[in-house]
Design a protein around this ligand. Structure first.
Ligand code: ADP
Length: 249
């Protein structure tokens, strides 16, 4: 017997149909996005999404290095996802591991779909995603903040990337899984799109969902993504308003 229990004996939905943190099935955790929080980055953003706290710094476009990484047709987008040693309950061993390499790859690819990379041949765009506190859904929160930081750097984009997760825990389809739901649930789907076209730029799936459950998850995601897209745009326009207000002082 373990203190935490197993996936089958953990109750993640209470008798009133609420989740452990009091949310309904299709309810997001609170999200707060701030833009241009780092002076030395070309663009930056900070996101708090539930218990996740993530800082993103963007550098570039700048000449790609080493030279053999240069592409004569487009810029190369290099996202680096990294979790601080103090970001989780047990000290996380610093440095890249298989998980962070995988996340860096899928986030780089998602951002590359949004950025007009053809405008910057031979260049690189570096996106540093520093997870200060992790509480499930960090790849999506990191990607959502990264696209805001890229926009804040003035890099031309087709659209922002907006993401959220859905999944299944305690037999129910749920939006934006918490740490317990992620650990002890039956499925987890990080999902991200370019909202203007609906193009899916990241979708992963851990676990199983039926076709009906998948369509339920999609309609929850659809509503949530519209809300998060508004938060991203509000954060960006607030940063411009703040700059313009300073000019008047
Ligand atoms: P995501 O953060 O995108 O949901 P995972 O599903 O791989 O990615 O991880 C879920 C959560 O598990 C993380 O957000 C974090 O809270 C926790 N976690 C991930 N890696 C570690 C680790 N090495 N040590 C402790 N907790 C971890």
């Amino acid at each position: 017997m373990t203190l935490l229990g197993t996936a089958s004996d953990i109750k993640l939905i209470n008798d009133d149909g609420l989740r452990l943190d009091g949310r309904g099935f299709d309810e997001l955790r609170p999200i707060k996005i701030e833009v241009n929080v780092l002076n030395r980055a070309d663009g930056s953003a900070y996101i708090e999404w539930g218990g996740n706290k993530i800082l993103v710094g963007v550098y570039g476009p700048r000449e790609a290095y080493p030279k053999h990484s240069q592409n004569i047709n487009k810029a190369f987008v290099r996202a680096r996802y990294s979790m601080a040693a103090f970001s989780v309950d047990e000290r996380k061993r610093p440095g890249p591991d298989r998980r962070s390499i995988e996340i860096s790859k899928v986030v780089s690819e998602a951002l590359e779909s949004a950025i007009i990379v053809e405008q910057f041949p031979r260049a690189e765009i570096d996106v540093f995603i520093e997870v200060l506190q992790a509480d499930a859904g960090t790849r999506i929160a990191g990607l959502t903040a990264s696209s805001v930081a890229v926009a804040a750097a003035g890099i031309p984009m087709r659209d922002l990337v907006v993401g959220c997760t859905a999944g299944k825990a305690d037999g129910q389809v749920l939006l934006d899984l918490s740490k317990e739901e992620d650990n002890f649930g039956q499925a987890d789907i990080p999902f991200a799109i370019l909202p203007k076209t609906g193009e899916v730029v990241l979708m992963q799936m851990d676990g199983d969902l039926t076709v009906e459950e998948m369509s339920k998850a999609h309609s929850m995601l659809d509503k949530a993504l519209k809300h998060i897209y508004n938060l991203q745009r509000e954060a960006l326009s607030k940063s411009f308003t703040d700059v313009v207000a300073q000019w008047g002082e």
